[in-house]
Ligand binder design. Structure first.
Ligand code: FAD
Length: 446
């Protein structure tokens, strides 16, 4: 066997595919009884929807190319009509266009902060964030402390708290300024990261974005083994031995395509270099509970509403229209994120459904009160994911441990969206990571 790939998320599946294309013998070992990792389809009111990763957008060239390669199609997110913002204190405001309906003072405040952030974003060295000019200071500063110094209005700070929750599923005090800047630069700037049309929320895959993983798995055939959690990786002079609950595999190289928090749960013999081992102890995931409700039709559209809402108090802080084109039911998707997810994750599904519906009534009016169906997924409760959307770097982590993120250890190579330089944390980053790790392996085997 040439290569073992650990994990059949998008990264592991793509690595397996590229290695097969290169004529290498490969096996992809997946802990769960299904493929796709953080992508997964479910149904609501009889319609197929995604309870994991779903959107793709412009500049995400790798995932878009893969969708085309697999013969899949996209459909756009509904993005017409007015959005809604709930300001700190509970006032709900409807607005048109891209500018949130904040006070002139808050808007000016946001603009000056954005200019300062944009300047810093441009300085980021995406290949090596730890080599960014002034990296030590940017890494020692939490994003929260930067905001408290540079954003003076409560509305301005609330705007950034909503974005941190929506993008990182966490709060500004949990990540370094260097991480915030790196992540935003990796996503081609804040507008792309948070945008719908022209941004990261622009499109979904027809049949549900999990179709990407399903199609990749079909093509891998017998080279894919599910229900095979990898417990131990032991390199020796001949290559590497990978031990799972269902068997042992010898190979020349191994690609570990799982997030760092799970890579750290595998036993390595001999132990990994300290910097690499400590990295896996430093990168927590955010916390997301993705929730959806369905109605007989998308009634908000007739009222000139886009179905998009944002609130700092939530507890469901961002909402989008998730109706599937050509299907009758109107669907709204929302996210319990960060501290809201932590609190509401301890409640019952019935309580979470009601709290979501209560938010929707405040954002869009009384017609939201009676959905016909509900679906949810708490990704922190999944043993083989442990939180989402992905990992973030707390203060000090990039500069101390960043160099170990992609650096192979003997025959062990690292993939997964957390290791990407572009669209880290996203599906596109998962593909980039797989292609980079595959190139490393093919070069080593040549
Ligand atoms: C609710 C939610 C919404 C999201 N929305 C979007 C979005 O709209 N757009 C976007 O681009 N991204 C989104 N994401 C992020 C996106 O889903 C991920 O970036 C991407 O799926 C990560 O792929 P991966 O292969 O790197 O990791 P994973 O999908 O985590 O795959 C890792 C795989 O490894 C397996 N595994 C772990 N440990 C072991 C082991 N020891 N042995 C064997 N197998 C193991 C896991 O079971 C898993 O299948 C979202 C994620 C979530 C959860």
């Amino acid at each position: 066997m040439d290569v073992v790939v650990v994990g059949a998320g998008v990264a592991g599946l793509v690595a397996g595919r590229r290695l097969q294309e290169a004529g290498r013998s490969v096996v992809v070992l997946e802990a769960r009884d299904r493929v796709g990792g953080r992508t997964l389809n479910d149904t609501i009111a009889g319609v197929t929807v995604e309870v994991g990763g779903q959107w793709v957008g412009p500049t995400q060239d790798r995932i878009n190319a893969l969708i085309d390669e697999l013969g899949l199609e996209r459909h756009p997110t509904y993005d017409e009509g007015d959005g809604v913002v709930e300001l700190p204190g509970g006032k709900v405001k409807r607005y048109a266009g891209d500018t949130p309906p904040l006070s002139p003072l808050a808007l000016a405040d946001l603009l000056q902060a954005q200019r300062a952030l944009d300047k810093l974003v441009e300085t980021i060295d995406l290949d090596a964030p730890w080599d960014t000019p002034d990296a030590a200071r940017l890494d020692a500063t939490s994003f929260a402390s930067w905001l408290s110094r540079r954003v003076r209005t409560s509305q301005g700070r609330a705007f950034h708290e909503i974005i941190a929750a929506a993008v990182f599923a966490s709060e500004p005090d949990t990540m370094s300024l260097l991480h915030w800047l790196t992540y935003i630069q990796a996503g081609f700037g804040l507008e792309r990261v948070i945008g719908v049309h022209g941004g990261a929320q622009q499109d979904r895959v027809v049949g549900g974005t999990w179709r990407i993983s399903e199609r990749l798995a079909e093509d891998l055939g017998d080279a894919l083994v599910t229900s095979a959690p990898v417990r131990r990786i032991a390199p020796d002079e001949d290559g590497v031995t990978v031990t799972t609950d269902v068997g042992t595999y010898d190979a020349a190289r191994v690609i570990v395509a799982v997030p760092p928090n799970l890579a750290g749960r595998i036993d390595y013999e001999p132990a990994l270099p300290t910097r690499r081992d400590q990295l896996t102890q430093q990168l927590p995931h955010g916390h997301v509970i993705k929730v959806m409700v369905a109605y007989d039709e998308p009634w908000w559209r007739a009222e000139g509403l886009s179905g998009q809402a944002a609130s700092v108090d939530g507890p469901v802080g961002v909402v989008f229209d998730n109706t599937v084109p050509g299907q009758d039911p109107g669907i709204l998707v929302g996210f319990y994120e960060g501290a809201h997810a932590l609190y509401w994750g301890e409640k019952s599904p019935t309580a979470r459904r009601q709290a979501f519906v209560d938010c929707l009534v405040r954002y869009f009016g009384p017609k939201a009160a009676l959905p016909i169906d509900y679906v949810e997924r708490d990704w922190a409760a999944e043993a083989w994911t442990r939180g989402c959307y992905g990992a973030h770097f707390p203060t000090g982590a990039w500069t101390r441990y960043g160099p170990a993120l992609r650096e192979p250890v003997g025959p062990i190579h690292w993939a997964g969206t957390e290791t990407a330089t572009r669209w880290m944390g996203y599906l596109d980053g998962a593909v980039e990571s797989a292609e980079r790790a595959t190139t490393e392996v093919l070069t080593a085997l040549a």
